[in-house]
Design a protein around this ligand. Structure first.
Ligand code: G16
Length: 543
């Protein structure tokens, strides 16, 4: 088993996006593509000699093969140990927890998150730093620079490592520790939440449905919700991870989790419904007959988090990504705690969590989490909801209604135009950027523009600046529209249009957000000329 050095050349297109490198699976399978990127991660973080890493992924097609390549490359690059999830599986939050708990030098996570999986679908790889969080731009910039000057990679010539059962083994001089992917994570959840109270709720006839969408959260949800908390057997559906997510799209939103929506809107709906994504970091929350937007969920969780043991002393602060609605801001104001507004990307929360400035963070893209790990965490959000429901014994609909009455309601929706030709999408954003300064004072679809700018973020902890993070336009009635291009797509460009309107009069609360948002939707199209510039009549996905 000798390490060999393979000569290679830089491969274009290896720039990490919002969350690591995401590409078509077939691109990752191209000659040297994966190896080049892995070597660039190792080089970009200053080498891995003597270091310990965590490795695991969401189980999508190519997860197992890529894990074997990474293990051989880690051994050839002198790593001391790799802690790997059994069958190379680890949910993203579980990987973050393992990195922190075992004090490792970071970890590699194989996932394209909510993107579909399979030979013709998507694959991804990201590096998380020793704090357990996605690498910040200062690190991904170094990784990208390494991809551009790469001339060789190192790999061991060896057979596959057996990852089928927990235990310690060797690959060359490197130790490989295969661990149960669920055990440590489940223990952490027991420390954070009042499992007795949730057990009590469930034993009183409260019914739940958790849709694991054929993805990695299945085994975690079965163990925690059914085995440890006593939810009825079968409460977790689509619980067996499959390499192509059962042919579905493991994205927990009303479009892709439509089976859950149908179940929750039926006459015999359970009391609580939830879904998670490919790698287990996103969540979707529903009550009987009601869908909770991620922005509302964040606000409501912030308002009631003190009901869970880990947050009983209150929150140090909260943070949300810029396109996320301002609902949580008003909760923070009423509690007298700080609220931070960051660019899209969980990596931007890391410094705030490390510095103890924020306890809870969340994003409109179905991500919520806390300082227990450095990733968003789907099952954690489900458990916090269950803890709150157990402590208050109110329904999801009651809690929402009370929340809106007390804090006002931010109607919210995101319209996605997918696979738009990159040139057209860039031209739309460039055109809009060029006219931002002339917008204030002008009216569109009956709304008058109050302010318009391009969002930049100055990290209050390390002083770093992230610019060009989305175009935002606010109106005098409290409405807002944000335009940005996704950083997680693998084909063409995805234009995201984030729409928001505020109603603080409890007597005027409307039922249908799309109706309440109609003027903002019309103004957004008038300002950006979406139809004219993209040739699209309607968004592909509305969440
Ligand atoms: C990733 C990031 C999130 C981000 C989301 C969407 O989530 O971690 O912070 O909100 O992508 O990003 P974009 O709008 O650029 O597509 P995930 O769950 O895909 O890893």
């Amino acid at each position: 088993m000798e390490p060999i050095t393979v000569e290679t050349k830089p491969i274009q297109g290896q720039k990490p996006g919002t969350s690591g490198l995401r590409k078509k699976t077939r691109v990752f399978k191209e000659s040297h593509f994966l190896e080049n990127y892995v070597q660039s991660i190792f080089d970009g973080i200053g080498g891995i000699e003597g270091k310990t890493l965590v490795l695991g992924g969401d189980g999508r097609h190519f997860n197992d093969r890529a894990a074997q390549v990474i293990l051989r490359m880690a051994a050839a690059n002198g790593a001391r140990r790799v802690i790997v999830g059994q069958e190379a599986l680890l949910s993203t939050p579980a990987a973050s927890h393992l990195i922190r708990k075992r004090g490792t030098d970071g970890g590699l996570i194989l996932s394209a998150s909510h993107n579909p999986g399979g030979p013709d679908a998507d694959f991804g790889l990201k590096y998380n730093t020793p704090n357990g969080g996605p690498a910040p731009e200062s690190v991904t910039d170094k990784i990208y620079a390494a991809t551009q000057g790469l001339t060789r990679y190192r790999i061991l010539e060896a057979q596959d490592v057996d990852l089928t059962s927990p235990g310690l083994q060797h690959l060359g001089d490197m130790e490989i520790e295969v661990v149960d992917p669920v055990a440590d994570y489940a223990m952490l959840m027991e420390e954070i939440f009042d499992f007795d109270a949730i057990r009590g709720l469930l034993s009183d006839g409260f019914r739940l449905r958790f849709d694991a969408m054929h993805a990695v959260t299945g085994p975690y949800a079965v163990e925690i919700l059914e085995n440890r908390l006593g939810a009825a057997s079968g409460s977790v559906v689509n619980a067996t991870p499959s390499p192509d997510f059962g042919g579905g799209h493991p994205d927990p939103n009303p479009i892709w989790a439509r089976d859950l929506v149908a179940a929750m809107m039926s006459d015999d709906a359970p009391d609580f419904g939830a879904a998670s994504d490919g790698d287990g970091d996103r969540n979707m929350i529903m009550g009987r007959g009601v869908y909770v937007t991620p922005s509302d969920s964040l606000a409501l969780l912030a308002a009631h988090a003190h009901l869970a043991p880990a947050y009983k002393d209150g929150l140090k602060g909260v943070a949300r990504s810029m396109p996320t609605s301002g609902a949580v801001d008003r909760v923070a104001r009423s509690k007298g705690i700080d609220c931070y507004e960051t660019p899209t990307g969980w990596k931007f929360f890391g410094n705030l969590l490390d510095a103890g400035r924020a306890t809870l963070c969340g994003e409109e893209s179905a991500g919520t989490g806390s300082d227990h790990v450095r990733e968003k965490d789907g099952l954690w959000a489900v458990l916090l909801w269950l803890n709150i429901l157990a402590a208050t014994r109110k329904s999801v609909a009651e809690l929402l209604r009370e929340h809106w009455t007390e804090h006002g309601r931010n109607y919210y929706s995101r319209h996605d135009y997918e696979d738009v030709e990159s040139d057209k999408a860039n031209a739309l954003i460039d055109g809009l950027r060029g006219k931002l300064s002339q917008l204030p004072g002008q009216s569109f679809a009956g709304l008058t523009v109050e302010g318009a700018d391009e969002f930049s973020y100055d990290d209050p902890v390390d002083g770093s600046r992230a610019s060009a993070q989305g175009l935002r336009i606010s109106f005098t009635g409290g409405e807002r529209v944000v335009f940005r291009l996704s950083g997680t797509g693998t084909a063409g460009a995805t234009l995201r249009v984030y729409l928001e309107a505020l109603e603080i009069d409890p007597d005027k609360l409307a039922e249908d957000p799309q109706e309440a948002l109609a003027p903002v939707i019309a103004a957004a199209d008038e300002i950006a000329g979406i139809r004219a510039q993209t040739g699209r009549d309607a968004p592909d996905v509305i969440t």
